[in-house]
Ligand binder design. Sequence first.
Ligand code: NAD
Ligand code: DAU
Length: 356
Amino acid sequence: MSILVTGGAGFIGSNFVLDWLAQSDETVVNLDKLTYAGNPENLASLQADARHVFVHGDIGDYDLVLGLLNQHQVRAVVNFAAESHVDRSIHGPEDFIQTNIVGSFRLLEAVREYWNNLQSAEQQAFRFLHVSTDEVYGSLEKADPPFAETNQYQPNSPYSASKAASDHLVRAYHHTYGLPVLTTNCSNNYGPYHFPEKLIPLCIQNALSGKPLPIYGDGQQIRDWLFVKDHCSAIRRVLAAGKLGEVYNVGGWNEKANLDVVHTLCAILDELQPRADGKSYAEQITYVKDRPGHDRRYAIDATKLERELGWKPAETFETGIRKTVQWYLDNQSWVNNVLSGDYQAWLDKNYAGRAV
Ligand code: NAD
Ligand code: DAU
């Protein structure tokens, strides 16, 4: 038996694959399209490991997915594959519709066909776990309680709308066809292998390169941060013990304003790798034009996951962010390999014209 992980060369997916194989000998079949966000270097330590089978391909390729499910007698699918960056979805929503909606639909179709043909015991044991986001719930006001699983869906960006659509499809495949699904909706992750288009790795890298640290709008938008390995442990827990058809919110109870996060990064860098001129990296903070439709606040109520499945995050924001900064300092060659021509073109597209 084996599990099929999709998008396992991306940020969270590669952390999940590495953690899985550190704790289990069960084979991981890793299907990834290797978009700009997929990086085989994240999995370099598994190169000679027979328990990791990497397949370059698209979740929307029905025949490929069905073939892999049959060939490897897959007992569970964990679906990470997605276009994941909100700013990119604003500049060009098409890829988000194709992968997050159409791709998820085709993946579900292949899984449904495979599952229908399993023996009864295997059918009962099978799981499809869909990895989703807190952004499907929309934006909170300051005094609102954190998102619970019962909150209404109110996605505001093309990214979150496409994730919401895939969540609905997953739900419908359970309700209509009985497919044994689980859905997790997680808050903002950070940690090793985070692509430096996202706030935390972007600011670490820009700080070290002497570039501006771009703060959208007033920097008072709030995100709820979770160390990526805690997200991985939550997914393992839901996969092992989650109730079929249920949704579990995943979060670390770490609400922070963006500006505070960036000040924290600067303070850690000031300590670990001080600027040559003795000034603080905080001097590089620069306010830029806001993201259109920018959600003001996300916060996750993870009580259900904690109470019903006994999950708890291992890291606080303070311990996790320090580990993250240290990882980037220790892995500058990884960052330099990621900073290709395509990445530079993205920076020009997103940040040119944002000056205020
Ligand atoms: P990422 O962008 O770093 O990685 C996505 C991976 O999916 C890449 O390896 C990419 O090559 C692959 N991929 C894209 N399209 C594909 C396709 N059509 N077929 C196969 N592979 C494809 O994303 P991430 O941050 O690791 O997020 C993983 C998942 O977790 C996503 O579904 C995202 O919505 C969700 N999520 C992310 C966060 C976060 O803070 N990053 C939080 C909650 C949920
Ligand atoms: O909440 C979960 C979501 O978190 C995931 O579903 C997404 O895949 C993931 O990308 C992340 O979305 P965000 O939009 O919250 O993450 P990002 O790192 O892009 O931005 C975090 C906050 O920082 C957000 O309020 C926008 C702001 N920001 C971001 C960038 C890139 C800046 O102020 N400046 C920047 O340059």
